[in-house]
Design a protein around this ligand. Structure first.
Ligand code: TEU
Ligand code: CA
Length: 554
């Protein structure tokens, strides 16, 4: 077997397709309304049926759930609502038996304020754990003007000692002090705990935030609206990640993917260049930000901007770096509602077109649960329908402050809410979409009678994902091939090639209901269509029909 293809060193995680599970919303096995690990175990064959290689499990640790598990109280315990450590072990064993690897979510920029380290840390100025977190005296108010990503000041005054602690997210998510070598040693130990159990790696939550500039200067005006660009990429972040590699990851065969929140495309190679020994891959935010304005609120998006993300990635990452591709996750709306057309006429076709983009692009693709069914956004009409801490804080900041009307708030959330992705998986057309026999913790999308996993046969979106994954696996060019955008400015047609010396693929995707013609150059006749979401046209150069996706082998 070649060890290098098209200049890239072969790695299992470069060839893998990943499926993300948000356990709370996946499948409830015991009727308490909350998805759980036994539910995941029961549905492993469903995941395997897609042909994916890896499951990324969103946090399953003990947590008071201020941010649905992204606030961890005990890194070595399973969240009681999700089950027990035995349930976790059963998921891991059965996943491995099915040939699926499992990566877990490492949330170590912050803990829960209910973590024992923080309880001790806040108890006095002199206790042994004081320096596990970031405490500063106030000066007639917070130590600086940093704001939380979830709104409000990033500092909270703690009555016990009269000092402020830093939380770049919610007050219930205090930031760990990575300057303290004992904190780092604790993190590496908990990583080894899970690696020794057999997990295959980590998705790392907001990992670029772990190193803070110790000056703690006020935000420069140009970053006030998007402070993540100040919080990320601190002075010691690369030192810490290299230390993490040697102290925790090195002896194991893992895959790591960091959430590069606040990292510019120019900074990405420093995190993922394989010669540096830091992360294998990161999630860049380009493809989920084309519809966000400078203030983070929703704006209409353009296909040319989405295309530009991938051309930039191809230019900026050399053969020592490896990209990821994703259009959704637990923090984002549904793909088909955001970039496709979720109305009855085009939902299936456009969900398939987006899947074709995801699975023929260069980079390890991440599928988010439910997208393989074409699940759609939820029609929110009232603040009471939201569970997400970001939405609830935004309501306070935007509406209660009088800056925006309720209608503006709902418009924005109906486009961008994180809860769109968190409504329960739609398994059946029965009560509660077959997710639970109890009362679901978050409302099921009312369209579950039409959209559910009862239909995974021929012609379904699920079957199309499986076909695409099979095609990708069969052709190295779809993994390692060069990427070339043939029409960067066309507003509706996305046309690109994936090529190695041995293979040449042309992908044509129509992003809209109207016919589009692709002008095949003379020296470039249409080859065979190897996969398409319509019956094959009589002639490969015929115009593309509404939301048609065609993959040609030239
Ligand atoms: O996300 C980082 C993050 O800041 C995004 O949630 C972003 O703010 C959001 O998409 C709104 O635009 C990670 C996790 O993925 C997220 O679920 C957590 O809430 C957050 O970190 C804190 O742990
Ligand atoms: Ca349950």
């Amino acid at each position: 077997m070649d060890t290098v293809i098209n200049g890239y060193r072969r790695r299992w995680w470069k060839e893998a397709v990943v499926y993300q599970v948000y356990p709370r919303a996946f499948y409830d096995s015991n009727g308490d309304g909350i998805g759980d690990l036994e539910g995941l175990r029961l549905k492993l064959p469903y995941i395997k049926g897609l042909g994916v290689d890896v499951i990324w499990l969103s946090p399953h640790f003990d947590s008071p759930n201020a941010d649905n598990g992204y606030d961890i109280r005990d890194y070595r315990k399973v969240m009681a609502e999700f089950g027990t450590m035995d349930d976790f072990d059963a998921v891991l064993t059965e996943a491995h038996a099915l040939g699926l690897r499992l990566i877990i979510d490492l949330v170590v920029n912050h803990t829960s304020d209910e973590h024992a380290w923080f309880t001790e840390s806040r108890s006095s100025q002199t206790n042994e754990k004081r320096d596990y977190y970031i405490w500063r005296p106030g000066n007639d108010g917070p130590p600086n003007d940093w704001t939380s990503i979830f709104g409000g000041s990033a500092w909270t005054l703690d009555a016990a000692t009269g000092d402020y602690y830093l939380h770049l997210f919610d007050p219930k998510q205090p930031d760990l002090n990575w300057e303290n070598p004992k904190v780092r040693a604790q993190v590496y130990a908990l990583m080894r705990f899970w690696l020794d159990k057999g997990v295959d790696g980590f998705r790392m939550d907001v990992i670029p935030f772990i190193s803070k500039d110790q000056e703690f200067s006020d935000l420069p005006a140009e970053h006030a609206a998007r402070p993540q660009f100040v919080y990320a990429n601190g002075p010691r972040v690369h030192e810490f990640l290299q230390e993490m590699r040697s102290e925790a990851l090195a002896p194991y065969d893992t895959m790591t993917v960091g959430e590069a929140f606040g990292i510019t495309p120019q900074q990405v190679p420093n995190f993922v260049d394989e010669r540096h020994g830091e992360l294998d891959m990161v999630f860049q935010f380009g493809a989920v930000e084309v519809d966000r304005g400078a203030d983070g609120r929703w704006v209409p998006w353009k296909l040319a901007d989405l295309k530009a993300v991938f051309s930039r990635q191809e230019k900026q990452l050399d053969r020592h770096c490896w990209p990821t591709v994703f259009f959704s996750n637990h923090d984002n709306p549904r793909i088909v509602s955001r970039y496709g057309d979720d109305g009855p006429e085009w939902r299936v076709k456009s969900a398939k077109t987006m899947a074709a983009l995801l699975l023929t692009m260069k980079g390890t693709p991440f599928i988010y649960q439910g997208d393989e069914l074409g699940m759609t956004n939820f029609p929110f009409s009232d603040i009471s329908q939201f569970n997400d801490i970001w939405a609830r804080n935004a309501y306070r900041d935007e509406v209660e402050s009088g800056r925006y009307s309720v209608a503006d708030f709902l418009m924005n959330q109906n486009h961008l809410s994180r809860d769109h992705a968190r409504t329960p998986m739609q398994w059946t057309s029965g009560t509660n979409a077959g997710f639970t026999t109890g009362t679901p913790w978050l409302s099921v999308n009312p369209n579950y009678r039409e959209i559910n996993a009862e239909d995974v046969g021929d012609g379904s979106i699920y079957a199309w994902y499986a076909d695409l994954i099979h095609l990708r696996r069969s052709h190295p060019a779809l993994v390692y091939g060069d990427y070339l955008d043939l029409m960067p400015d066309h507003p509706r047609l996305f046309a690109y090639r994936r090529t190695t010396e041995a293979e040449d693929f042309l992908i044509l995707l129509n992003f809209g209901p109207d016919e589009q013609t692709f002008q095949f150059p003379m020296n470039f006749p249409p080859g065979d269509i190897v996969l398409g979401n319509y019956p094959a046209p009589a002639n490969g150069s015929e115009p593309l029909r509404g939301w048609e996706a065609r993959i040609y082998r030239l």
